[in-house]
Design a protein around this ligand. Sequence first.
Ligand SMILES: Nc1nc2c(ncn2[C@@H]2O[C@H](COP(=O)(O)OP(=O)(O)OP(=O)(O)O)[C@@H](O)[C@H]2O)c(=O)[nH]1
Ligand SMILES: [Mg+2]
Length: 312
Amino acid sequence: MALKTLEKILKKAKKNDFISISELMTGIETGKFSRREISKHIFKDSLNAIKIGITGPPGSGKSSLMNMLIPILRDNKLSVGVIAIDPSSPITGGSFLGDRVRIKNAIDDKNVFVRSMGSRAELGGITELAEDFSDILAFSGKDIVFIETVGVGQSEYSVSEITDLTALVFVPESGDEIQLLKAGILELADIFVVNKYDREDANLMVRSIKNIISSTKKDASQIPIFKTSCKTGDGVEGFANALIKFYSSINKNESVKSRQMLRFSRKVKNIIENDIIEGFWTEKRKKFLKKMNTKDTKLESPYDMVDKIKDL
Ligand SMILES: Nc1nc2c(ncn2[C@@H]2O[C@H](COP(=O)(O)OP(=O)(O)OP(=O)(O)O)[C@@H](O)[C@H]2O)c(=O)[nH]1
Ligand SMILES: [Mg+2]
C-alpha cells in the first residue's frame, strides 16, 4: 500500500508538483519513506541540476543574495531550488524589506522551491538529508539547487561534499574571521563573495582574501571574488552570470565531473559502512552491551569485550 502511494507521489514530483515534492522530503525526514527506495527511483533523473553551496558567517547576506539571484536566473529560464539549513532569518514570503530578508519568488512561481531544514538531526545526518532534498529538487526538474549553510567551520566541509560549487560569502567586517580560518576551509571555496560592498572597508576585505588564497591555493588568480551589494544591487548580476555560465558548461567541466565521481564513491562507501554497522548491532548484541555497562568491567580489556560481542 505504502509503495503504491510512494510511486504516485514520485510520478507527480517528477512533474514538479509542489505538494508531492514536499511529501517526499517530509517522508524521508520522518522516516515514513525509505531514502534507499526513493534514491532508486530518482537517482538517474537527478543528475541534470547543479548544486551550489552558499555558505559564510551568520548574517553575511546569503539569503539576500539568493533572493536577488533568483529573478535573474528565472529570466534566463532556469528553475531554482533552495535548501536553507538552520536559517536564523525568514526565507519565505514577502519581499526584501529592510532588515527582513525573504525569498519572495517562492510563493507564486512554481519553478522556485524553497525549503528550510532544522538542525535536529545530528551533523552528519543533516548533510545526508540536505543531499536527499537536493536530489529530490533536481528530480523535480530544478536546474540550480542552492544549499545555504550558516557558519565558518565544520559546515563548509560538509556542504562542499554535496555540491558542485561552493561560494563563501563574507562581509567587509569579516576581516578578523578570515585570518582565523584554516587554509582547508578556504581550499573548499570555488568562489568568494564579498557582500555588503556598500559598506566601508570592502576593498580591504577583497585584498585580505586575495592575500590569503594566493598563499594557499595553487590557482589563486583563477578564483573569482565577486563584490556584491544587496542594498544597491551592484555586482549581483555579475555573480548571477557566473553561475549561469557554470550551469551551461557543466557537461564539459572536468573538475565538476571528477567531483561528482568522488561524491558518488564516497556515498557508496558511506552506505556500505552504515549497512555493516547496522547489521552488526543485533538486538542480542545491543542488550549485552547495555547489561555490560551496568557491571564493573574495568578489569577486562575492551578488546576482549569486542570479541565476546562478536561471538554473540
Ligand atoms: N548594507 C547591506 N546590508 C545587507 C546586504 N545584504 C544583506 N544585508 C542585510 O544583512 C542582514 C542579514 O541578511 P541575510 O540575507 O539574512 O543574511 P544570511 O547570511 O542569510 O543570514 P543567516 O541565514 O542568518 O546566516 C539583513 O538585515 C539584510 O538586510 C548588503 O549588501 N548591504
Ligand atoms: Mg539566511
